[in-house]
Design a protein around this ligand. Structure first.
Ligand SMILES: O=C(O)[C@@H](CO)OP(=O)(O)O
Length: 232
């Protein structure tokens, strides 16, 4: 049996401040750090010990993976960081207050931007300092691959090739694989793993700091799924 643990990072400072975050690199809040440590304790108590961790290139996910492994005394396992596990890019909404934006554009429009499958938020201009072309961590990437905004569908379109090219081989190598990532990059993975429809995925939420365990058969089909914070 293979095991995949999906872990959304603990609360970030911008989650706390209710701001659209996306690819902005904000760190964990104090509560988020506690959640990351608690996630490690949940894995330890369940006897579920990751053999490798894959994460994004954003501090809140990297630190969540690191802090949970620290509890497990497994800081020594391989850690792979890849931009394709980043949060969905929030485009021109990045940094805005979610409640103020809802006042300005209406709850319905903001809900479409946040949770519709295929409608992306307004895009960033290339010369906007928030555009990833200005961020040195993406300097080695072909600029045409860098998003100026993303819907969940766009996020899936970068997560899925990475699943096939890197995560599936990693699962074949490591019996228990931890993915420490983000609400929407994980929703994209969950959609694929569970075969959730474009409509139904709009209602799926992933809690911060709650390790979701997927037991996978040899063909990587899901045989069982459970949350470590609230086991069924
Ligand atoms: O701001 C974000 O990047 C995400 C996750 O925190 O928010 P949302 O709930 O709108 O997907």
């Amino acid at each position: 049996m293979r095991r995949l643990i999906l872990l959304r990072h603990g609360q970030s400072v911008w989650n706390l401040e209710n701001r659209f975050t996306g690819w902005h690199d904000v760190d964990l809040s104090d509560k988020g750090r506690d959640e990351a440590t608690a996630a490690g304790s949940l894995m330890r108590d369940a006897g579920i010990l990751p053999d490798a961790v894959y994460t994004s290139v954003l501090t809140r996910a990297i630190r969540t993976g690191f802090m949970s492994l620290d509890v497990l005394e497994r800081l020594w396992i391989p850690m792979v960081k890849d931009w394709r596990l980043n949060e969905r890019h929030y485009g021109a909404l990045t940094g805005l207050d979610k409640a103020e934006t809802a006042e300005q554009y209406g709850d319905e429009q903001v809900h479409v931007w946040r949770r519709s499958f295929a409608t992306p938020p307004p895009a960033l201009a290339v010369d906007d300092e928030r555009h990833p072309r200005h961020d040195p961590r993406y300097a080695d990437l072909d600029p045409s691959r860098l998003p100026a905004t993303e819907s969940l569908k766009d996020t899936l379109a970068r997560v899925l090739p990475y699943w096939r090219s890197d995560l599936v081989p990693a699962l074949q190598q490591y019996p228990t694989l931890l993915i420490a990532a983000h609400g929407n990059s994980l929703r994209a993975l969950v959609k694929h793993l569970e075969g959730i429809s474009d409509e139904a995925i709009t209602g799926v939420e992933i809690a911060t700091g709650d390790p979701l365990v997927y037991e996978l058969d040899d063909d990587l089909g899901v045989s069982r799924k459970y949350s470590l914070r609230a086991p069924a």
